[in-house]
Design a protein around this ligand. Structure first.
Ligand code: BGC
Length: 763
């Protein structure tokens, strides 16, 4: 018996040992010590799939997808490339095609090379597994944030990890932890909005969903997350993609870096660098940000990846390197571990090999990078299971997954206006659905859906419901009509619109009880989404105005990736609902809200601007407040917003009362205990998000008007009063000062929840 116990103990300790950090490092070191310089450089190289697929050139592949043996041999065997990304020709592929493709790639890397290191395949699967036909598309991150329930981000990542592994892929370039501060920026929809705390909470949930709560990325249902884009990517001056940003260090630290810090504490395995430049320095050469901050201050141990072609851009675009070789030198020396080359890998590999031989890049720097990459590959279990098999993933695209996507959409959709309680709309109403966003799946999903720009969505997502289809299903085919009025043109420019027949829409409107006017944007991301005018397209405005003349009640549905200006038509709309980019089940969720089956509970994760020259986050400085008596043109409220951050209506009414604190005077290491009563005074159950803001009343640097410090979304039954408690450490009330130090300055603070507030003193 004793022997038997000893035997079990021995087996148990061996299995613990096998996964220990020490063993992992030993395994990494033993591989690394046997590698040649060429093999190491190969590991630091990432190429696009088109480079090794059959096809006319490195950018395009032929269909059906096949790995080209000559191209694959050159890249994977001769140059020993260690990573591949993306799909071919920007299109989604079936899981079995992914399986075959990645199996082929792994057999080149593992059967025909001396060192037999598996390739790590990476993909952009940012709201579901973008590039897999049949995968579950969730609402985009901006929509998810509007649910104010991080569980939705967790569910999205959980499903996405599962379906990405079902596609044979273990590494996902997600989540986006950029602070979405600018409504003009073409990737605001990829963020969790403008508030650092929202980004932090949702980002953490997403990493837990991808990597598992214990970061066991070897589990076949988990993937390695990639936080992006470190850091300050959206805060550009022009509002356009990859243009200069000027961000003081203290602002960067307090607002932009903080969510990354939390993600690193959560265990995020990899990071992608911001493709732009801050204070004149491309982030890809910023040693201070990558080494001093990311590595040393934040303790990030994982792989640092470039964004697309960004080493070359140091030469081609940013002019900080006289040649591509110099670009490679300064980027690798500044901390880059892997280069998303992704086309001219021969040149990158040769340059880096020469740089090491010339002593311009130290072997120790290369070893450091390769060590991290090998560790990631081992942790992902790639040596044992180079490709996961779709046949073992029965829940791929399942009803269970679809339901989680629907749930997220239904909790996110935000009711912004409901004059005279127009909504919900009763059964049997005669409804006209109109507008360019009323009958397609493309605009519901946005970019990164079956293709990069989302332009193929209607081909892949035909089985799901457009807004028109969802309304027909609920109100009956005979009661619902669709006439677009204006449409997106098929031309190259996503913003071009054509007028179909506005008169016809007006005639139909006269015969209807309600108009569901679906306006917004077509899908876009990155450079193609750059914008010269934040207003909605003039033809959409025209359609809205013509319809308003009929006197029929209009429900404006906003289907957009960023808040486009609607100030001209806002007063003409009886109800306004922001659905953002709600994914494949967004229209079902919308109609359930319009019909009253679901009580809306989303709240804006950004400030909805009213005018092009008044673009502010909610945490503005006091001097931004407009002075009405000076006759400010177009004056709306304090800072000319249309709708505030955190705003959103419900069919229920809530009354806040009795806000209490445990005391009024606090020390720096105390915790504030707050409680408040929230009563649902209506006769329907609802979800309410309770938001706790703090305002530092006087400080050595002008304080923000307010900052979100806590939130919680809870269910409150009709007529019920709930007492909610929060614990807020005083240490959370600080800011980063001009010396780049986080401090809490003693003094007076105001804590606000809804219409209640209390002042405290911190000593
Ligand atoms: C984007 C990244 C993305 C990468 C790979 C870049 O253009 O900025 O967000 O992960 O492409 O597709």
């Amino acid at each position: 018996m004793r022997n038997l116990l000893f035997f079990f103990f021995f087996i148990f300790s061996c299995s613990i040992n096998e996964n220990s950090e020490e063993n992992l490092n030993k395994r990494v070191d033993s591989i690394l010590s046997s590698m040649t310089l060429e093999e190491k450089v190969g590991q630091m190289t990432q190429i696009n799939l088109t480079v090794i697929a059959k096809g006319p050139n490195k950018w395009e592949s032929s269909f059906p997808l096949e790995i080209d043996p000559n191209k694959a041999r050159e890249a994977l065997i001769d140059y020993k490339v260690g990573s591949v990304l993306n799909t071919i020709n920007n299109t989604a592929l079936k899981p079995e095609i992914w399986y075959k493709t990645i199996s082929d790639i792994q057999s080149y890397a593992m059967d025909s090379t001396r060192i037999k290191i598996p390739v790590i395949y990476g993909i952009d699967a940012i709201h579901g597994t973008t590039y897999t036909d049949g995968a579950t598309m969730f609402p985009q991150q901006i929509t998810t944030a509007a649910s104010w329930n991080p569980e939705n981000a967790y569910n999205m990542a959980l499903v996405c990890a599962y379906e990405t592994r079902a596609s044979g892929i273990p590494w996902n370039f997600s989540p986006v932890l950029d602070l979405g501060t600018d409504p003009r920026f073409p990737r605001q929809f990829e963020s969790f909005g403008e508030d650092p705390l929202l980004v932090e909470r949702f980002g953490k949930a997403m990493i837990e969903g991808y990597q598992g709560k214990n970061n066991d990325i070897g589990n076949k249902y988990n993937v390695a997350a990639c936080m992006k884009h470190f850091v300050g990517y959206h805060a550009v001056i022009s509002g356009k993609d990859r243009t200069p940003a000027y961000i003081p260090d203290n602002i960067l630290k307090e607002y932009h870096i903080e969510p990354f810090k939390k993600a690193i504490e959560t265990g995020a395995k990899t990071v992608m660098i911001n493709s732009g430049l801050i204070n004149g320095i491309p982030v890809h050469v910023n040693y201070n940000l990558m080494i001093d901050v990311l590595r040393n201050e934040l303790g990030f141990e994982g792989v640092i990846l470039t964004d697309w072609e960004d080493i070359n851009k140091l030469h081609d675009r940013d002019k900080v390197a006289k040649s591509k070789k110099e670009a490679a030198k300064i980027a690798i020396n500044a901390g880059i571990d892997m280069s998303m080359v992704p086309y001219d890998y021969q040149e990158f590999c040769q340059n880096l090999i020469e740089l090491v031989k010339e002593g311009k890049v130290k072997m120790s720097r290369v070893d450091d990078a390769v060590r991290r990459i090998l560790k990631l590959k081992i942790e992902l279990g790639l040596f044992e299971t180079p490709v996961t098999n779709y046949e073992e993933y029965d829940d791929f695209g399942s009803k269970k997954h679809h339901e989680l996507s629907y749930k997220s959409a239904s909790e996110s959709i935000t009711l912004l206006k409901n004059e005279d309680n127009l909504l919900p709309i009763k059964n049997n109403a005669k409804i006209l659905v109109t507008g360019p966003n009323g009958n397609n799946m493309r605009t519901l999903n946005g970019a990164w859906s079956y293709s990069w720009q989302g332009d193929l969505t209607d081909k892949f997502a035909g089985e799901f419901n457009t807004i028109y289809e969802a309304f027909s299903n609920t109100y009956g085919k005979n009661n619902v009509k669709y006439v677009p009025g204006v449409s997106y043109s098929d031309g190259g420019n996503y913003y071009d619109m054509v007028e179909d027949d506005i008169n016809k829409v007006v005639l139909e409107a006269r015969k209807s009880d309600y108009i569901i006017l679906s306006l917004g944007e077509n899908s876009y991301t990155e450079k193609p989404g750059d914008l010269n005018d934040l207003s909605l397209h003039h033809l959409q405005i025209k359609l809205a105005k013509e319809l308003a003349k009929t006197g029929k009640p209009i429900v404006l549905i906003l289907n957009l990736g960023r808040p486009r200006l609607i100030t001209d038509i806002e007063a003409l709309m009886k109800s306004i609902i922001n659905i953002y980019l709600p994914g494949n089940f967004g229209a079902d969720a919308l109609v359930d809200i319009v019909s009253g089956k679901v009580n809306p509970s989303g709240k804006l994760p950004y400030t909805y601007p009213a005018f092009p020259n008044s673009l502010l986050t909610y945490y503005y400085k006091p001097s931004e407040v407009q002075n009405n008596t000076q006759g400010a043109y177009n004056y709306i409220g304090e800072v000319n917003n249309l709708y505030d951050f955190g705003y959103g209506l419900s069919y229920s009414e809530y009354e806040y009362s009795n806000m209490k604190l445990n005391k009024d005077n606090f020390l720096l290491n105390d915790t504030i205990e707050l409680s408040i009563n929230v009563k649902n005074t209506s006769d329907i159950d609802g979800y309410e998000t309770i938001q706790v803001y703090s305002s530092d009343l006087y400080a050595s640097m002008t304080p923000d008007i307010k900052r979100l410090r806590e939130f919680d979304k809870i269910n409150i039954k009709a007529g019920e009063t709930v007492n909610i408690k929060f614990r807020l450490p005083v240490s959370k009330l600080g800011f980063v000062n001009v010396d780049n130090k986080y401090i809490v300055e003693p003094g007076r603070f105001k804590l606000t929840i809804n219409n209640q507030n209390r002042e405290i003193v911190v000593n």
